[in-house]
Every structure is written in C-alpha cells, then in structure tokens.
Write a protein that binds this ligand. Structure first.
Ligand code: SAM
Length: 273
C-alpha cells in the first residue's frame, strides 16, 4: 500500500518529522496521549475470535500505537504491520516487533482486519484527490464484510473546529527539554497560521539549541532551526461520508467524546459490499 503525494514540494512542506530531533520532539509532545485503549478494545474483540488477525497502523510514526497494542495482546494469531514514509520516525520505533517495518512488498499484502490512522494523521491528506486515492487503497486492503478502518480526525480540524484551530498556537515561551540528546532543548513558534480553503497552512519554527555550561543557548550549524509549512486539511463528517461513498467504503460509526481521547473523532469505515 502506498499513499502517493502528487506535489513535488510535499516532502519539504511536511517536514515536521524528518530528523532525529523532530522525531524525538514528536514523541515528547505525544507521550501523554491516551487513545490506545480505544483501539485495544477493538483488537481484543477481534483476537478473541480465534482466527488470524492483521493489524495495519498507517502513519505508525515511532510505533506508539502498534507497539502498545502488541504489548497488550498476547495472541500469537495477530500480525502487526506499521507503515510510514519518514525514516527518522521509523528509526525511533522500538525494534522488538519483527513486522514493524515499511510495508513495501505490494504483492504480498494481506487483507487487513483492523487499519488504524491515529491521532488525526489523515489531515496530511490535503492534496487534490489524495482523499479519494487514500480511501481507495483502504477499500482494497480491508477484509470484505468484517475489516474496519479507524480514521482519527482531531476536533480542532473537523466540524466547527475553526475557533479552536485559531487559538491552537503554541506559547512563544514554550521550551521543551530533550530526553534523548544531552543539553538539547526545543522551542516551537508559529510565525503564521492561516486557513486557505479547507487547509490550515501553519508555518512552524522549531529551534533545536544546546544549553552550554554557562546557561547560554547555542544554535550551531550541527543543530537545526526547522522552518516548515504544515498543511493540515479539515475533515468534516460529510467529507468522510462523501469520500467513502465514492470509493466503495461505508461510514459505519463515529467514535467521539470518549474519556480517553475527548479531542478527537474516530471515523469507522468498512467495505461497502
Ligand atoms: C501525527 S503522526 C502520528 C504517529 C503515530 N500514528 C501516533 O499516533 O503517534 C503522523 C504520522 O503519519 C505519517 N504520514 C503522514 N503522511 C503519510 C503518508 N502519506 N504515508 C505514510 N505515512 C504518512 C508521518 O510521517 C507521521 O509519522
């Protein structure tokens, strides 16, 4: 399964993760999230049926979701696959999962029982027609009748989220110390944050600095000042329903207002057979 980008600039635009520092910064940012139980309940039910189960974590990043699911699911009947297009993220993924790798062999694609695109990552599907191409791929890989895709959209990027999105900028003073790299700190600011059509264009500056013995901060050439434009598409329930209808999928449920992850909506899709 590949989710191709048609824009030659897409890698640069969406370079929120393309370095070991940015991958770590993401991990620090995401560490308190508690969405895994939502998926682990679904997996427990699937695994209890005593039939082989394939789980695909799309945009697995550093393996947060799939690794936690594998740790909680003792069944040997479950195959876990992680997919991402950013090497720096996969490099940080724990390597104790044999199958946690980029899924390259398209001929060997198994049918998927549970596909997960967590933490609003579908927002990166913002290019023209990318929504349909992505959903078509989902329709191809899901097991007919029983396969389910759980696609998360953050409420800030869904119906009525504009006011929340407007106020979502990080505080200029936010400083985040690294856990992996000695004396390194991260600072993020957003020089601009604008809604263009249904896509938020956010210029993010993430400065990676070293704190010297005298307390001074130094940004040397070996470190980075990342400036990228993150493009994040708004996905309303109507968008999901319409794209699903065009691509042979059906919107079966919307999970929202959960105690674990109240700031997201998870769209549950199945193949329309
Ligand atoms: C917000 S992070 C989520 C990571 C992880 N699933 C989690 O919940 O912690 C989004 C991830 O999706 C990946 N991603 C974005 N577009 C992708 C694409 N077209 N194909 C594969 N991965 C993609 C990014 O590289 C990044 O690792």
């Amino acid at each position: 399964m590949t989710i191709r980008s048609t824009s030659p600039d897409a890698r640069q635009e969406n370079s929120s993760y393309h370095s070991p520092y940015l991958a770590e910064y993401y991990d620090i940012y995401i560490r308190d999230r508690n969405d895994v139980p939502i998926y682990s309940r679904v997996l427990s039910e699937l695994a209890s049926r005593d039939e082989p189960v394939t789980v695909l974590d799309i945009g697995t990043g550093t393996g947060r979701i799939i690794h936690a699911l594998a740790a909680q699911c003792p069944s040997t009947n479950v195959r876990f696959l992680g997919l991402d297009n950013v090497a720096a993220m996969l490099d940080r993924a724990p390597d104790d999962l044999e199958s946690l790798s980029l899924w390259k062999d398209t001929k060997a694609q198994p049918l998927v029982d549970l596909a997960i695109f967590a933490f609003g990552s579908v927002t990166y599907m913002h290019e023209p027609d990318q929504d349909e191409r992505f959903f078509e791929q989902i329709a191809k890989i899901l097991r007919p009748n029983t396969g389910r895709a759980y696609i998360s959209v953050l409420k800030v990027l869904s119906d009525g989220g504009e006011a929340m999105a407007q106020s979502a900028q990080p505080l200029a003073s936010a400083v985040c110390p690294s856990k992996s790299f000695p004396d390194i700190i991260y600072r993020e600011t957003w020089p601009s944050h604008n809604l263009v059509g249904n896509v938020w264009h956010t210029t993010r500056r993430i400065v990676v600095s070293q704190v010297m013995a005298d307390g001074q901060e130094k940004v040397s050439s070996g470190l980075f000042s990342h400036l990228n434009i993150r493009k994040a598409r708004i996905w309303t329930a109507a968008d999901v329903r319409m794209t699903a209808a065009k691509t042979g999928l059906r919107l079966l449920d919307i999970i929202e207002d959960t105690d674990e992850s109240p700031d997201e909506k998870i769209f549950v899709l199945g193949v329309d057979v």
